[in-house]
Ligand binder design. Structure first.
Ligand code: FAD
Length: 431
């Protein structure tokens, strides 16, 4: 083959990239193309994406190639470039959301009309969504049987990065977007940072993961989710690297949750819009309460700490996501879509299957086998933030309170200036 365009999207890496690896081994010239969609949501994500593109460009240049950047509609730009070069093929990594699948269908049609070879490759998940099916069903609805089948199946081997990427002569590489928003926490975008984080974290922290991953203040989890979201590192490589270390099973199980929600989203494209299992009605349409929740001003310290961590970092600890999600949907009775929209706006790792799958799980309309469970925020706080370090870090108004009061400021006398009374009666929270 003479020239192949690899249309990149959520696979911004050179290592373990099946479409790129195949193009580099089969074609004389390869065009790694990224089309910037100016409508990308979320102030955090635009900066992270720009850093990831910058890093990818350096890696491709180190291999003799470049990242080719265009602006506009990915289908129109890819097809136009294929005509200009000319290229014989457009290849990409398969995605699952309804939006992504519409784009894939449009691209397939446009390629068919122009007699271009169009192919989709794996790489966004460890086991391709749709590959595992229970007897008599089109996808797994419950996690544990999925985990069993997932663990028993052979996983795709991890691929090396191509050593050489040859661009067609004379192509204008274009200009990637410049990072405009400030970095949040230490979460800088890009494959280089992702690989360093993976290596250090598996070496230094993985062994304590099973014990410590729920401790809110300890930062014991990998914080790899934004890198997985943008494909700066492949989930297969994360699982393979982790698998070599003691104590990996609990961690690999979390990666399987990610795969699980991808196969749910593929089978149920309405996941962001409609109850997966229609179990609940009678939602409370209280915009003031929703806004207090978004701002981290509910008067419940563990909820407010989580919501403010999200604002500060563009990331929130998983245990906090469960607490704030349960509080919104089960105590305030506010629809899961309100929570999911806010997360989608602010989370660096915000992606359709994991965000909406988890929101529906938390709200009791999704894949939870105990849909009526309501997390008790006080008990959760005492258990996972026993000395209040997490609350003190993100809710500075409460920092001076002694440990016994930090999770129950309503018992402080006088009341803490500037901190609200709880949105729900405090005695109902201890149940
Ligand atoms: C209401 C709610 C919304 C969420 N929204 C998202 C989202 O938009 N994007 C997202 O990636 N995760 C989401 N999660 C899942 C989880 O909270 C994050 O993946 C995790 O906190 C990321 O931190 P980490 O990388 O340190 O995780 P680790 O504990 O180090 O786990 C490793 C990886 O496993 C995957 N993972 C872990 N837990 C889950 C889970 N419950 N579901 C799916 N994948 C998981 C992630 O890719 C994560 O990076 C959500 C959870 C809840 C309760």
């Amino acid at each position: 083959m003479e020239t192949v365009i690899v249309l990149l999207n959520r696979d911004l890496r050179v290592h373990d990239h099946p479409a790129l690896a195949e193009a580099c081994s089969r074609a004389r010239a390869v065009v790694p193309l990224f089309v910037v969609d100016l409508a990308i949501r979320g102030r955090h994500r635009a900066g992270f994406l720009a850093e990831a593109l910058d890093d990818l460009r350096s890696s491709l240049r180190d291999r003799g190639g470049d990242l080719v950047v265009r602006y506009g509609d990915p289908v129109a730009e890819a097809v136009r470039l294929a005509g200009e070069l000319p290229a014989e093929a457009i290849w990409a990594s398969a995605d699952v959301s309804a939006f992504a699948r519409r784009r894939e269908r449009r691209l397939a049609e446009a390629c068919a009309v122009r007699r271009l070879d169009f192919r989709l490759f794996p790489g966004l998940t460890i086991v391709p969504p749709g590959e595992l099916m229970p007897i008599g069903g089109d996808h797994y609805r419950v996690f544990t049987p999925y985990w069993r089948a997932w663990s028993a199946t052979r996983h795709r081997p991890v691929l090396e990065a191509p050593s050489l990427v040859t661009l067609p002569e004379g192509i204008d590489p274009g200009t990637p977007p410049v990072p405009t928003s400030p970095p949040y926490g230490d979460l800088r975008g890009g494959e280089t940072v992702a690989r360093r984080r993976l290596e250090l974290w598996t070496k230094l922290c993985l062994a304590d993961y099973a014990e410590g991953h729920d401790a809110l203040a300890e930062d014991q989890t990998s914080m790899l989710s934004p890198y997985l979201r943008f494909g700066c590192v492949s989930p297969s490589e994360v699982a393979a690297r982790a698998g070599d270390h003691p104590g990996a099973e609990d961690f690999v199980r979390q990666l399987c949750w990610r795969d699980f929600f991808y196969q749910v989203a593929l089978a149920f494209p309405d996941l962001p819009r409609r109850d997966y299992r229609p179990r609940r009605t009678g939602w409370n349409d209280d915009e003031d309460a929703a806004e207090a929740w978004r701002q981290g001003m509910t008067g419940v310290p563990i909820v407010d700490a989580g919501m403010r961590q999200l604002q500060a970092l563009g990331w929130m600890h998983n245990r906090a996501r469960m607490i704030v999600g349960s509080f919104l949907t089960k105590r305030l009775n506010i629809h899961w879509r309100v929570g999911g929209e806010h997360f989608a706006e602010l989370l660096l790792d915000g992606d359709i299957p994991s965000n909406w799958g988890n929101w529906q799980w938390v709200a009791g309309t999704g894949n939870d086998t105990r849909p009526n469970r309501v997390l008790n925020p006080l008990r959760q706080a005492r258990r996972f933030d026993a000395d209040g370090t997490y609350v003190r870090r993100y809710v500075p108004e409460l920092a001076a309170l002694p440990a016994p009061l930090i999770h129950e400021p309503w018992r402080a006398s006088p009341p803490v200036p500037g901190y609200p009374a709880p949105l729900v009666p405090y005695w109902t929270m201890d149940r």
